[in-house]
Design a protein around this ligand. Structure first.
Ligand SMILES: C[S@@+](CC[C@H](N)C(=O)[O-])C[C@H]1O[C@@H](n2cnc3c(N)ncnc32)[C@H](O)[C@@H]1O
Length: 283
């Protein structure tokens, strides 16, 4: 069952933390000249139009990227993110993770963006086509299967974004199983896993992100969690925030993300807060 459509949520608070982190990962990879490969296992459509029926339904971007557009950021990571988004937001659009990767990578760097939903894939293919001359590839395939098939990259440098819709409760377990499989093939892989923070109302998904992070921490790889709450965790809050778990993180990504999120939360309402917590520091 593939019913999730990211257009309903494009540019919301969850995209902000996820894309800030992903941008930080790409920035750090670009510090060396050696080419790298980016993998986006659940890529979505790549580009979203705030004026279409889906995005304009709940207008989630208003409390996300739109609240940051006039910010003069002190954090260089937030400044880069806002600057990148500005050229899209000024046209009522928002760049999804594969377009952010394609925008930021160099000609010699490679992008593999995977998407299984036929409609979303058609959009991804067309949105990525503009970057096709620069090693940006879209694949209509299962993202987890694609990660196993396409890793490790040559040369052995790069990062993975894992951003499933978590429509099915067993997707949390799929993440752990496949991260473990990838690490057996590519020990140094820098892996960013996005997850929702869900209140008790969420039934069998309540606690699933926390359990997933616990299992990922048992893989004994250096990792930290960065989380941003936008509401109080009351029983009926639903998704009250989200986080990213970063395995084998780049040097100083934790500090950069922490500084950026502290600034972001100043614009996301009184109940918002952020944290960065190391889970495994030196293995
Ligand atoms: C949260 S959205 C991705 C958003 C995107 N990463 C971004 O940040 O712009 C998740 C996407 O995963 C796709 N999807 C679901 N199951 C998949 C699978 N097994 N393999 C690849 N894509 C899948 C959905 O169709 C959806 O477009």
């Amino acid at each position: 069952m593939l019913s999730y459509q990211h257009a309903f949520h494009a540019g919301n608070h969850a995209d902000v933390i996820k894309h800030l982190c992903w941008l930080g990962v790409i920035k750090s990879l670009k510090k060396k000249e050696k080419p790298f490969t980016l993998y986006d296992s659940h890529a979505g459509a790549g580009l979203y139009d705030f004026t279409d029926d889906l995005s304009s339904k709940n207008k989630e971007y208003l409390s996300g990227i739109a609240s940051l557009q006039d910010v003069v950021a002190k954090s260089s990571l937030l400044n880069d993110y806002v600057s990148l988004c500005q050229s899209f937001v000024s046209k009522d659009a928002y760049p999804g993770s594969p377009v952010i990767s394609a925008e930021l990578k160099r000609e010699s760097d490679v992008l593999h963006a995977m998407e299984l939903h036929p409609g979303e894939f058609a959009k991804l293919e067309s949105n990525i086509a503009a970057y096709a001359s620069s090693n940006a590839h879209s694949h209509k395939r299962d993202g987890f299967e694609g990660l196993i098939a396409l890793t490790p990259p040559k040369p052995n440098r790069g990062a993975i974004l894992i951003d499933p819709p978590y429509e099915r409760a067993n997707e949390y377990e799929d993440v752990v199983t496949n991260v473990e499989r990838v690490l057996k093939r590519w020990q140094q892989a820098q892996i960013v896993i996005w997850y929702p923070l869900l209140s008790a109302r969420s039934g069998n998904k309540h606690g699933a992100s926390e359990a997933m992070c616990e299992k990922l921490s048992e893989l004994q790889v250096p990792c930290f969690k960065a989380e941003m709450q936008i509401a109080e965790n009351t029983h009926d809050a639903g998704m009250y925030g989200s986080g990213v778990m970063v395995l084998n993180p780049a040097w100083q990504l934790d500090t950069q993300l922490s500084e950026a999120m502290l600034e972001v939360t100043q614009h996301m309402g009184e109940q918002s807060s952020s944290s960065v917590t190391w889970v495994n520091k030196d293995n």
